[in-house]
Design a protein around this ligand. Structure first.
Ligand SMILES: [Zn+2]
Length: 317
């Protein structure tokens, strides 16, 4: 304990020396792990490998920015605002580009706003929703001011904000986080979000068809009540944070009165921070309250009920 004061002074001097202190507020509101998720940090490995500022792998090769994800396109449609991280002047922008991309297609232009903050940092707010921008070039913006909404324009597989910070002095990209695998410690956030590598559920539900990732990203026909002959399939899907290669997915389908109807097992093929798994069955002919129990590595992640109505006798008469 007696070393603490000296240690603190050293950290303070180091930060002073680089002129760095917490100055930026977060570009999205809400709670991390619920309203937004950071899935890609800047990559600090200059070779083919990857290393995020916390010495982990929450990045991809050559990534210079930080990706703040939101849950889905449905969430995007509800209007998720992006806020200026500091006072500044709008330096450049682009709008008018398609904003519902679901795959990384190189060369797709993105809607963005670039703000010059404090004559020191250019901050790019990338992948914005088409037509959502609230500022124009030359405008002065205040820290915390809403400037646009999250979208999926450009090189983007789901709605997210890619926040890229560049130094005005031409030193390349700047990582605002303060992890130990950083090189010089920046720590530019006033309230730095926690480094989150947890395994947890982002969202889950049921749909009446065998899906693909695109339909799940759109949340097509999510519901929890099914009925023949309109429906012939019940599919459970789970959007998970932190699935790693080799994790064991297990699901149990229970009918009314607790009957185990079907089980599903799958070994997760690759490490991803935000991905979907699903399992489906033909619509059973037993009406009542059903239940799906979803496990990863034998840990119960969620229990979700769904309902099967008695068959519509007169539907097509
Ligand atoms: Zn990005």
């Amino acid at each position: 304990m007696k070393y603490l004061p000296l240690f603190s002074i050293l950290i303070f001097s180091f930060a002073q020396c680089f002129g760095q202190k917490g100055i930026f507020t977060l570009p999205l509101h809400g709670q991390q792990g619920i309203d937004y998720f950071i899935d890609n940090y800047p990559d600090h490995d200059t070779s083919k490998g990857i290393r995020d500022p916390y010495c982990g792998t929450k990045t991809y090769n050559g990534h210079r920015a930080t990706d703040f994800l939101i849950r889905s396109f449905k969430t995007m449609d509800s209007g998720v605002y992006v806020y200026a991280v500091a006072d500044g002047i709008v330096f450049s922008k682009r709008d008018g580009e398609y904003d519902r991309n679901k795959h990384m297609i190189i060369g797709r232009p993105c809607n963005y706003i670039c703000i010059l903050h404090g004559n020191k940092y250019y901050v790019y707010y990338n992948h914005l929703k088409n037509g959502s921008q609230l500022v124009k070039v030359g405008d002065r913006v205040k820290q915390g001011q809403a400037i646009a909404q999250v979208g999926s324009s450009g090189y983007s597989p789901f709605p997210h904000l890619d926040l890229e910070i560049r130094s005005m002095n031409g030193f390349g990209f700047i990582d605002p986080f303060s992890g130990p695998c950083h090189g010089p410690t920046y720590g530019l956030w006033l309230n730095e979000p926690a480094y989150d590598t947890g395994l947890y559920l982002i969202d889950a539900g049921f749909i009446p068809y065998a899906p693909n990732v695109d339909t799940l990203k759109e949340r097509y026909m999510v519901k929890d009540t099914f009925c023949a002959p309109t429906d012939d399939t019940v599919c459970f899907w789970a959007q998970m944070h932190g699935l790693r290669k080799g994790y064991r997915i297990h699901a149990e389908w229970y009918g009314p009165s607790g009957l185990l109807w079907e089980t599903f097992n799958y070994t997760w093929p690759l490490s991803t921070w935000n991905d979907y798994s699903w399992t489906y069955i033909p619509l059973p002919d037993k009406a009542g309250r059903w239940e799906l129990r979803y496990f990863v590595n034998e840990r119960l992640i969620t229990v979700k009920p769904f309902y099967i109505l008695p068959r519509k006798q007169n539907a097509h008469h």
